[in-house]
Every structure is written in C-alpha cells, then in structure tokens.
Design a binder for this molecule. Structure first.
Ligand code: ADP
Ligand code: ZN
Length: 605
C-alpha cells in the first residue's frame, strides 16, 4: 500500500502538488522519481538546494512499504523528519541520540508497516537486530544521503559507509538511490561501483548555484567595515555566516559586529561543547543571527535560509570556497557569497602548506591556492571560473549574478605601470613584499625606506600619481599573470619571473583592470526582497506568526514554511483557504494546519 497521504491513482505530479505543494518538478527530479517507481536505481549528483530529497521522498510515498534513508548527519535527519511530519508523512529516525524506548517504538512501527520513511545512521544499519527488522518489513526503497562518503576519493570518506555495499547485496530487488552534492568523476564512479549499480543510473546535474551572487573585493585596512557596509547595503536582515581564519579574529569580529548593532555570536573550537551547541541551536531557530566562525561551522547544518556567507579570510582552496559559500541559499532564494582578500593572505596560506616532504601533495596544494588567487583576480564571470574549476562549462557567456558581470571591470593599458613595478622590484633586489614596493613607488618616507636607502633609487616616487591601493592592485594582477612570483620561503618577497623580460623591453603590452570604485549595485528590484517599507513589515508580521507556531511545536521556523512561502503571501495576499493552498510550498496538510493562522495574520495587517 502506498502512503495514506497519497491520493488513490495519483501520478507523481499530483503527489508533488498535494503533499509538497510544488507545481512543477525541478530539472532531473521527474526522471529520477520515475526510475525508482519502475524499480530501477539512481545515483544523483545535484547541487545543494537542487531538490535531492524529493527524489527519494516522493517515490517512497508512492511505493509499498517504508523508504529507508541512510544519513550520517543527525541534525539533518531530524530536520527532514520534522519537515515530513509537517506534511502529514509518517516519518521517524533511528540514531544513537535516542533512548531505548524511543527506538523500540520506531522499530515497532517499522514492523507494523506504518512508516513512510525511516532515517537511519549508517553504523546502525548492518547491526543484526536492524537487519532482522528490515527483513520483516517491506522496504520501498533505499536512499543513501551524502553518498560521497562511500568513496575513498571523496573528501569525507567514512568507513561505516562501506557496509552499504552489503546492504545492497542483501536487498538486491529494492530500488536504491544515492545522492550527493559533491562528487568529482572518480568519486561518482566509485559510488556506482560500490553500490553495484550501472553507469546508466548516473544523473549529474552539475554544480551551479544560480541563486548565489558571488562578489570578491580587495581587502582594505579595515576589512570589518567593508563587511558591515556590504551587510547594511545588501543584507540588513537575515541570517548569515562570516568565516575567519583564527579564533581571535572570530571573537573580535563577533564582538565588533554586535557593537555595531548586528546580533552576532562566535563559533570556534576554543568554546565549550555546550556553548557551541547553544550558538548553533540559536542560529537554526533565529532569522537574523550572524555566526562568526572558523570553517568548522556549518557542516551538517541544513538551515535553508542562510542569506549570506562572507569570507573575511580566504579559504584554503576553491573546493572549500564552493562548499562554504554553498551553505547560503539552500532554499533557492537570492543569497550572497562575499569575500575580501589580499595578497598577504594568500602568501600566508602558502606558508601553512607543509613542504617538509616536497611531494605531489604539497605541490597540488600550492596549485590549488594559485587557482583560488586566480579566481579572486579574475575579470571574467566568477561563475564561469568557478564551474570551470570543476570541469563544468557554464553554458552562457555571463551569469549576470556576480560582481564582474554586474559591473564589468574596465581595463586599461598598464604596460608602463607594470614596468615601473618590475623595475622597482629589480632595484630593491627582489627582497621585499608588496607593501614595501608600493611604498617605494609612491615615494613614501618610511623608516624601512630610509634604512635601505630606497629613497635614493630612481624608482622612488615614480608612481606618486596613484594611491598605494592602486599599486597593490597592480602588483596582485602581475602576480596573477605570472609575471611576478612570490617567494614563499622568503616571507613573501616579490621576485621577477623570466616571463617579464618582454614586458620590461616594451615588446609585450600588459592590460590591467581598474579597481572599481563604486560597490556593486544591490540586486535588481524584481529579484531582491524589500528590506523596508510596508511589504517588509507584513513579511515580519508573518515571520512572527511562523515563529510562534514553530515555538509551540519545538521545531525550527523553516520547517513550518520557507521564506519563499511567506514572500508569496506578501505578494499574493491570499484571502481564502483555496487561495492559500496555491502558494508555493503549501500542500494539503499545511493548508489545513496553518491556513487559518496566516489568513488571520494577513487580515489583521
Ligand atoms: P538538496 O537536498 O538538494 O540540498 P532539498 O531537497 O533540501 O535540496 O530542496 C531544496 C529546496 O528546494 C527546498 O526548499 C525544497 O522545498 C525546494 N524544492 C525541491 N523540489 C522542488 C520543486 N519541484 N519545486 C519547488 N521547490 C522545490
Ligand atoms: Zn557572472
């Protein structure tokens, strides 16, 4: 028997509407759902927020029996179960956080056949007790979340995932679906092999996150102020994550943001377990909290309405950047990835790499940092560069949702400026970093300059027509072009690369980018939500209604409705339950449960 929430003789599209409240399938979803309904298997590589969970939840409801979902992340399992129950689906979780009584109750439901979906931690699944239960139950399908964990090539290999091969052998007839957001080609292949599937089961939806707007800015002396300006302009409301490299900077930044009137809490390994758990919990339940964190924060968190991810320090690689920024906008609503960088940060990251055994591994790490720096300095569409790094060709010339597309940088003939920089480096014997070179060019009178007699050089002051900031930008661009090398062992001293000779001789021209003065304009009015005015007030009122309902049930607000549904209420102003049912994300159950409360809030406004 299919789930009781599935109307009789329903097609997948009907269930999508009545249970999930969505009008149409996202790309790939329908094909994958139909495969599973036909008893076939699927391996799904789809970006975060692409709608992977629906690919197994919907067919699990339509097929006889219970869908077993293996997931390593407890918080994520609990969120999904809570969200399913909100839709009237009978869902439960078995994990180590439960009491024996709680677990027994779920096991009984499994045997009785009253569950539609059961989430299980991987280490539980091969235990004899659970195996016996599974053999008594009817299993509708087997879903494996975070499937890259099964591969030694994946970035998060988990030995307990290897047992899932045996599970497949034990239930060969049960359709199996493995999903993940992060798997390169070798990882994809090993998922297919370990689960004994065929290549035709593979669906690769690519990496693009169209709702994330990428912005990268050169870091100034006071990077926090840059961050605050960005937040005030583009995200005066909303939850977000700010990444910093060190605990100290995390603490200072959180304190400073709070002093500026933006509620922020720190998160790093130096806090007690209780403090960290409390801050994470607060983040999940609040709409407006900023968490300032070292990179450890965010793994296994499924908060769909993170509106921005900001990097005050550069990540280690573009993979890490993609993962960390990917925590923004899982709900598909507009979100931002903002990063401030400077050459010195990149140099420092190079120095962190252990060159002890100058092997392939450390060489690759250096290359990865170069790629990250290339991304920062790129004048091309950021999305094109980022996807290109993952060997994906972005099918359009520009995305119109990154800083370089929205405000194309102007280029200028920089050959003469490049020559000045190169000869200044040569005259100072290739022993100094970018800051000093910029000081010499602009004719500064620092102690270091006097000490080394650099005020007597012919290049001293030849660049006083430009501010230091402009020279530093030029230097970064010359590094990115490979004309200058940074000596990692020599504490970031700039050195000439042989390829700069034709530039010095005037045989090769150098095109440079003008640093953009104006910040990128906020998103176009039609795609951005208003941050003040009557519509925002109504949205805030609806958020309060949602918060009260969430609190009463002890679930995070996004489990009741995503922001998208609230904004649709603001726009459509439903007056009847029938109107309410037509909102995105409203199925039969949520119409019944929440329609009256929200209609009242709308009428009161
Ligand atoms: P993933 O697991 O791939 O990160 P989710 O399954 O959590 O993504 O879905 C991300 C968001 O997209 C959720 O808000 C979900 O409700 C929404 N969503 C999924 N499928 C559809 C669809 N067909 N139409 C509209 N929204 C959808
Ligand atoms: Zn772009």
């Amino acid at each position: 028997m299919p789930s009781p929430v599935v109307p009789s003789r329903a097609q997948p599209a009907d269930v999508l509407q009545s249970v999930f409240g969505h009008d149409t399938f996202r790309p790939y979803q329908e094909r994958i759902v139909r495969r599973l309904l036909n008893g076939q298997h699927a391996v799904v590589i789809m970006p975060t927020g692409g709608g992977k969970s629906l690919c197994y939840q919907l067919p699990a409801l339509m097929r006889d029996g219970v869908g077993i979902v293996v997931s390593p992340l407890i918080a994520l399992m609990e969120d999904q179960v809570a969200a399913l129950r909100q839709r009237g689906v009978s869902a439960a979780v078995i994990n180590s956080g439960q009491s024996t009584d709680e677990r027994r109750a779920v096991e009984q439901q499994l045997v009785d056949g009253t569950l539609d979906l059961c989430y299980v931690a991987p280490e539980r699944i091969m235990r004899p007790r659970f195996q016996r239960l599974l053999h008594c139950a009817t299993v509708a399908l087997l879903a494996i979340d975070e499937a890259h964990c099964i591969s030694q090539w994946g970035h998060d290999f988990r030995p307990e995932y290897l047992q899932l091969s045996e599970l497949r052998t034990a239930f060969p007839e049960v359709p199996c679906i493995a999903v993940t957001a992060t798997a390169d080609a070798p990882t994809q292949q090993s998922i297919v092999q370990r689960l004994h599937l065929d290549d035709d089961a593979l669906f690769v939806a690519g990496f693009d996150r169209p709702n994330i707007r990428y912005t990268v800015v050169p870091k100034r002396r006071n990077a926090r102020t840059q961050l605050l300006r960005f937040l005030n302009r583009e995200h005066p409301h909303g939850a977000g994550i700010v990444y910093c490299l060190s605990r100290k900077r995390v603490e200072q930044t959180a304190e400073w943001l709070s002093a500026q009137g933006r509620t922020a809490v720190p998160y790093h390994a130096g806090l007690s377990d209780e403090q960290r758990a409390a801050h994470q919990e607060r983040f999940l339940h609040a709409d407006d909290l900023v968490v300032v964190a070292t990179v450890a924060f965010g793994m296994g968190i499924n908060k769909p309405d993170v509106r921005f991810v900001a990097h005050l320090d550069v990540p280690k690689t573009l993979e890490a950047y993609y993962q960390e920024t990917g925590r923004a906008g899982r709900d598909g609503e507009p979100a931002s990835a903002w990063m401030a960088y400077r050459l010195a940060d990149i140099v420092r990251m190079h120095r962190f790499i252990d060159d002890g055994a100058a092997n392939d591994f450390s060489r690759r790490q250096h290359q990865k940092l170069d790629a990250l720096f290339g991304y920062c300095e790129s004048t091309a569409c950021r999305r094109t560069v980022l996807l290109g790094y993952f060997d994906e060709t972005y099918p359009h010339a520009r995305c119109d949702n990154c800083d370089n597309c929205l405000q194309p940088p102007h280029t200028w003939q920089g050959t003469e400026a490049a020559q000045k920089v190169l000869s200044c480096i040569a005259r100072t014997e290739q022993r100094f970093g970018a800051a000093h070179i910029a000081d010499v060019l602009t004719g500064s009178n620092t102690k270091k300059i006097r000490q080394h007699g650099h005020d007597a050089l012919p290049t001293h002051g030849v660049g006083d027509n430009r501010p230091k900031r402009a020279w530093r930008s030029i230097i970064r661009q010359l590094v990115a072009k490979g004309l200058i090398r940074v000596d990692m062992a020599g504490y970031g001293a700039l050195q000439l690369d042989p390829s700069c000779a034709p530039v010095l001789r005037g045989e090769t021209a150098v095109e440079l980018r003008r640093p953009s003065k104006a910040p990128v304009a906020p998103a176009a009015a039609d795609s951005e939500r208003p941050s003040h005015g009557p519509e925002r007030d109504l949205f805030d009122a609806l958020r309060e209604t949602r918060a009260a309902l969430a609190k009463a049930q002890e679930v995070p607000p996004y489990v009741i409705f995503h922001d998208k549904t609230l904004w649709a209420m603001v726009e459509k102003r439903p007056a009847t339950l029938a109107d309410f049912r037509r909102l995105p994300g409203v199925g039969d159950m949520k119409q019944k449960r929440y329609g009256p409360d929200f209609l009242e809030a709308l009428a009161d406004f």
